[in-house]
Design a protein around this ligand. Structure first.
Ligand SMILES: C[S@@+](CC[C@H](N)C(=O)[O-])C[C@H]1O[C@@H](n2cnc3c(N)ncnc32)[C@H](O)[C@@H]1O
Length: 241
């Protein structure tokens, strides 16, 4: 599982960011977690292993769900980790199903954030937590495209950290933590660029794997956006009140 981590944690800072989300939450073997926008399943398999819990991932892209199921079978955790194709805005789950939910680098493609948070709120049990790790909008203008989540502004929907807080509250969540990870992201970017300059592989390769040649432009636009205060990576912990 660890050997796959540079490829199957498909979000900024890869496994390092997943470890931070794991440190923010509380989960145990009796819990059933929801991974919203689960990609090819790296985080879902990681959480199932770390906490001994059950994880269901949902993702809009059928091909990602196919790869997620295949890797999950290969790694022998299919008894605890499952994937469903579906839209985060209308999830095929009954109300009050899950003990906790997390979503990593997904909301940047969702225009109606309050509808997104309301739908998560619906499927969580009372008192359940929601952890988010994503990119927020800074106050110095729009980022340059392509970025890792959007080829153009047409499919990019960023909220500021404050808009994120208010949207969660409007959907019925209590926001327990909201902090930026700008310094960590910039240090990670520098570490990646140094590795490449030395002729080594960068620590995180999922974006290169999925996006091929334009990955370098995406990384450069992200680095510039962070430096100029246009992009702010954030982590959030909220609870269904
Ligand atoms: C950058 S990837 C992150 C994947 C995964 N969270 C991870 O960190 O490895 C974003 C994922 O969100 C999914 N996605 C985007 N919009 C969605 C929606 N409305 N409902 C469900 N999944 C969505 C995409 O298909 C993609 O797999």
């Amino acid at each position: 599982m660890e050997a796959l981590a540079p490829y199957d944690h498909f979000h900024g800072r890869g496994l390092e960011a997943t470890l931070e989300v794991a440190a923010m939450i509380q989960a145990g073997p009796a819990d059933h977690l929801l991974d919203i926008g689960s990609g090819i399943g790296g985080p879902a398999r990681f959480f199932a292993k770390r906490f001994g819990c059950k994880v269901t991932g949902i993702d809009l892209t059928p091909e990602f769900c196919d790869v997620a199921r295949h890797l999950t079978r290969l790694l022998g955790v299919e008894d605890r980790v499952a994937f469903k194709v579906g839209d985060a805005l209308a999830m095929p789950f009954a109300g009050t199903t899950f003990d906790g939910a997390y979503s990593m680098n997904v909301s940047m493609n969702i225009a109606d954030k309050v509808a997104f948070y309301r739908e998560i709120h619906r499927v969580l049990k009372p008192g359940a937590w929601l952890a988010l790790s994503e990119v927020a909008k800074g106050d110095s203008g729009e980022p340059d495209y392509p970025t890792p989540w959007a080829e153009s502004a047409r499919t990019s929907f960023l909220a500021t950290p404050e808009e994120t807080r208010r949207g969660l509250q409007e959907a019925g969540f209590e926001v327990l933590q909201l902090h930026d990870t700008l310094a960590k992201s910039r240090e990670y970017g520098e570490r990646s660029r140094s590795a490449v300059a030395r002729g080594d592989k960068p620590p995180h390769r999922a974006v290169i794997l999925v996006h091929g040649e334009i990955a370098a432009r995406m990384a450069a636009n992200t680095a510039r956006g962070q430096k100029e205060g246009r992009l702010i990576p954030i982590e959030v912990l909220a609870r269904k009140a």
